[in-house]
Write a protein of this length. Structure first.
Lengths: 515, 432
């Protein structure tokens, strides 16, 4: 392929956020007319790289050079990159549900005649663009009335309306069903034959293997390698090795688990999406947790781990369809979060700022927020007991704050997470579900959080850890379930867990033999 | 210097949220003093103070309910109409069905509860924004008032008028003052001292050093002084006047609701819902119940306010309660509540309401016409909130925070690491 001209070259791109290097010396070479896949674990820097390319992070906010069509480009915003023919289609579609297909295609780019929008021309052009992406609909149909697969096509048609030369798709098939995915991949092949270059970010390795010409693998914000699919004979295993190939250092406190009997069990759990009723987010999932055990849930983004956890936690997500929860040998029905808390469940959410904490609160009222009854006497809250409880947890978890009167919004991520943990430890749960407990937390605080998790398990509680960081799961958990597209695809004991085995089951629908 | 620092930190609680309230109290005192000078002492005369309370008690009662509604993240535009609707029904119940007035009051509260349940149902269980529900309610119940009353006024009997225009009774030896008011003042002074002692005890139980003794004493002295001054003023009015009954009702409500919002789980839940409803829900707070309750409670208080107004004006009319919602909302925002919910206190709202009331009263005493009074009130509301918004965007806290800044050296050291530092990379990590 080396004779094909280079369309885009990104040279030693480095992008720093306060305190974190998201990209460090990343290189990417994309040749005209190819489908170039970018692979990497969550957090490897794929989306950041694409944001640099498309001008979301403007020129000057990163180091390195972007050479596009033979000259250096300095995009100041998305509009600038779009004018150059680079169009990015994000995972969350940027369509306006209440507007028609044609209106969406030409949004911000409306064909005009004497100052007014020329709807006749718009509809005619829309039909033409829709034909190119294989979308058969009336251009007057509203976006909210078509399925997510067709919405994806509208996005692509919108890209064509801007005369696209380089199409970037971020997880284009994540939300699509099998048939829609296949259609989309066929479409991309068609574009290739017409000379349009695509960059595709995907977690679905089978798709990448099937469609990509080149694969660039990122890890921890660095370029690992670029593979030529045909020449190098790349298969899924090869990609996985590139994605996870790092050693596990001792980033975890030593711990000898004291595992007891199964006390918590979820059987045949089925949940539908809260809005699109035809999407099943939990497909007949079953799992067990033992006392003193730390159980991991591995899966890629959108696999449905959070959805599973939250639907178990008092049906706080989705529409419950069927399934039972058994705790200590008895079936329990948890219809609300209050039920779940009363039955000894705790859920530490993945996004502590958006849904885990009230940022207007101080540490002490946050600590007791999930179980006010514990500090109430005849309905009156005891400020003294509130203070004492919060202070005890502050000392136990070593939360760094001058006093418990400090507002939680002033704490660092790691300390906020400790407050959230304190809040749920205060409810004295039997089962703690921790969703991405170390996201956005620095290494030192992570180590402390791991220690807290292990202590909780040693107290005889069951702990479920959902994490997108495989090393974290392997280092921390006694047993790991893998989840793919809303179904549990495997159960791996600690001894057998390697990044490769996990990644394999996290990216395939095939249910491998469980041990 | 250290004494001044102690004073700043402790006199009014010391935390940043209290700093804002201190700012409001400061503003209130400044306005009172200003008008006292401008009106040659008319403002603080007994009869004026009594009138001030009588004329504003119903707005302040509304402000209590409105504070809770706004803290939960809603708004209620219907309170004036609900007050008028309840007022006319109560007046009619006494005039046409000859209900005894105590029963009529209960009847009025029940009407408020039913209206509140109606509005709460739409807001909490159907999910219609409170702005729309209560905008509809505003039209609905205004129309209801005029339909039932045939757009006429209906007079109310003597006994009922007590709740709006009555005073504490005269009894005991002739001291030249109203004895009941003096006793009330004495009780309030004792309560202040008792609270201070309790607060010191609580601080000690929290292993924290209580404020220096001299500050506690100074604080008590100021409070007792203000109470004594007010009690003497209210007790020395025209014979037959004293502290108004409507003021008593207001006091009881302020104390009860302050306690509820601060010291009970139900009150905490209102702040939790307003601060982050999703987080509250995931902590086991029953969102719908909280929303239903605040809307319902507001209408009950609106009905009460309506009855007090009717009692004061001796009749219920078609224009009762016009524009009250705006006065109540203004009081809450001037008193430091956040437009986005989750922040605000009952006492702050009362102070905010008093600022507006004194402004209104003082300008009227000076003979300023209602046209200019409205202009001034509008500007004050805008300015009070604008200063606060501006200060927040600058990372400072309140009016008083900026007033005090030149004297401040320590306490507000910036947090070790800016909390948002980790947010961006965290986001990048999610999507990467």
């Amino acid at each position: 392929m080396s004779d094909v001209p280079i369309l885009l070259e990104m040279r030693s791109i480095t992008k720093e956020f306060p305190g974190v290097k998201a990209l460090s010396d990343v290189n990417l070479v994309v040749r005209a007319g190819e489908i170039h896949a970018i692979c990497g674990e969550n957090g490897a820097g794929k989306s950041t790289l694409m944001k640099v390319l498309s001008g979301v992070y403007p020129h000057g906010s990163y180091d390195g050079k972007i050479i596009y069509q033979g000259s250096e480009s300095k995009f100041s915003d998305i509009r600038a990159s779009e004018n150059a023919g680079i169009v990015i289609i994000h995972q969350e579609l940027a369509l306006i549900p209440g507007m028609s297909i044609a209106e969406n295609i030409f949004l911000g780019n409306e064909p005009r005649k004497r100052g007014a929008i020329d709807w006749k021309a718009a509809n005619r052009m829309a039909l033409d663009l829709m034909a190119r992406v294989g979308l058969e609909e009336d251009p007057d149909t509203l976006i909210k009335d078509i399925g997510v697969g067709k919405q994806q096509l509208v996005e692509i048609a919108k890209a064509f309306a801007k005369d696209v030369k380089l199409l970037i798709l971020d997880e284009p098939t994540a939300a699509l069903n099998e048939a829609d995915s296949r259609h989309l991949l066929d479409l991309l092949r068609g574009f290739r034959s017409r000379g349009i270059t695509s960059i595709m970010i995907s977690h679905k390795l089978n798709e990448i293997e099937a469609i990509a010409d080149q694969i660039t693998i990122l890890r921890d914000g660095r370029t690992v390698e670029t593979l030529d699919v045909k020449a190098d004979g790349v298969d899924e295993d090869r990609i996985v090795r590139g994605m996870v190939g790092r050693e596990l250092s001792s980033r975890f406190p030593d711990h000898t688990p004291k595992i007891g009997d199964v006390f918590f069990e979820v059987r045949n759990w089925n949940v539908r999406h809260p809005i699109s009723a035809d999407r099943q987010v939990c497909k007949n999932e079953s799992f067990v947790v033992r006392r003193g055990e730390i159980v991991g849930f591995a899966g890629l983004m959108g696999a449905g781990r959070t959805e599973l956890a939250m639907s178990v936690f008092g049906r706080s997500y989705g529409v419950y369809e069927s399934g039972t929860i058994i705790k200590d040998g008895k079936e329990i029905v948890l219809k609300s979060v209050a039920d779940a808390i009363d039955n000894g469940l705790a859920y530490v959410s993945e996004d502590r700022k958006a849904i885990g904490l009230n940022l207007l609160d101080d540490i002490k009222s946050s600590t007791v927020a999930a179980k006010l009854s514990k500090i109430s006497h005849h309905g009156v809250l005891s400020e003294v007991e509130e203070y004492q409880a919060a202070e005890a947890y502050r000392k136990e978890l070593r939360t760094k704050a001058p006093t418990v009167d400090e507002s939680v919004s002033k704490l660092s991520g790691g300390n906020q997470q400790k407050v959230v943990l304190a809040k749920w430890m205060f409810t004295d749960p039997d089962l703690l579900i921790l969703d991405e407990p170390t996201r956005g937390i620095d290494v030192g605080a992570k180590y402390e959080i791991y220690g807290i998790i292990q202590r909780l398990a040693d107290q005889g509680k069951g702990v479920v850890v959902i994490s997108s960081e495989l090393p974290e799961l392997i280092g921390l958990c006694d047993r790991i379930y893998t989840v793919f597209e809303g179904a549990i695809t495997g159960e791996i004991a600690r001894a057998d867990a390697t990044p490769e085995t996990l990644m394999k089951q996290m990216t395939s629908t095939k249910k491998l033999a469980t041990r | 210097m250290s004494r001044i620092k102690d004073l700043q930190k402790n006199l009014f609680g010391g935390t940043t949220s209290n700093a804002r309230q201190f700012g409001m109290i400061f503003t209130l005192v400044a306005i009172v003093v200003l008008f006292q000078i401008l009106t040659d002492g008319l403002t603080l005369r007994s009869d004026n103070l009594i009138a001030l309370f009588q004329q504003n008690s119903y707005i302040l009662i509304l402000a209590i309910g409105m504070l809770m509604v706004i803290v939960a993240g809603h708004i209620d535009l219907s309170v004036g109409s609900v007050a008028a609707f309840a007022g006319i029904l109560v007046a009619k119940s006494m005039a046409d069905w000859s209900l005894p007035w105590p029963v009529a009051i209960l009847f009025g509260l029940a009407i408020g509860a039913i209206i509140g349940a109606w509005q709460g149902f739409w807001v909490a269980y159907i999910g219609v924004p409170a702005f729309i529900v209560t905008l509809a309610g505003m039209l609905l119940f205004r129309g209801g008032n005029q339909y039932i009353g045939n757009a006429n006024t209906i007079p109310v009997p003597e006994g009922f008028r007590e709740i709006g225009s009555g005073f504490l009774p005269e009894f005991g030896p002739n001291t030249g003052y109203n004895n009941a008011t003096l006793l009330l003042g004495l009780a309030a002074a004792v309560a202040v001292v008792w609270r201070e002692i309790q607060a010191r005890k609580t601080r000690r139980a929290m292993d924290a050093d209580p404020a220096p003794m001299w500050i506690s004493i100074l604080r008590m002295a100021i409070m007792v002084g203000v109470i004594a001054f007010a009690a003497l003023r209210f007790a020395s009015g025209r014979v037959g006047t004293s502290f108004p009954i409507s003021g008593i009702i207001l006091l009881v409500l302020v104390i009860a609701y302050s306690f509820y919002t601060r010291n009970t789980a139900g009150g905490r839940h209102i702040y939790a819902v307003g601060g982050n409803s999703r987080a509250a829900e995931l902590s086991g707070v029953k969102l719908k119940r909280v929303n239903f309750f605040v809307m319902m409670n507001m209408s009950v208080l609106a009905a009460l306010a309506g009855m007090i107004f009717v009692a004061r004006s001796a009749a219920s009319g078609p224009q009762d309660g016009n524009g009250w919602e705006l006065d109540a909302i203004a009081a809450v925002f001037i008193g430091g509540a956040a437009v986005s919910g989750g922040i605000g206190t009952i006492s702050g709202s009362i102070v905010g309401g008093l600022v507006m009331a004194v402004l209104n009263n003082g300008l009227q005493l000076m003979g300023v016409g209602t046209d200019r009074v409205q202009i001034i009130k509008g500007l004050v509301l805008l300015l009070a909130v604008a200063i606060d918004v501006y200060n927040k965007s600058q990372g400072r806290f309140s009016i008083i925070g900026s007033l005090m800044r030149p004297f401040r050296r320590d306490d507000s050291a910036p947090p070790a690491s800016p909390p948002d530092a980790e947010r961006e990379p965290a986001k990048a990590a999610v999507s990467g």
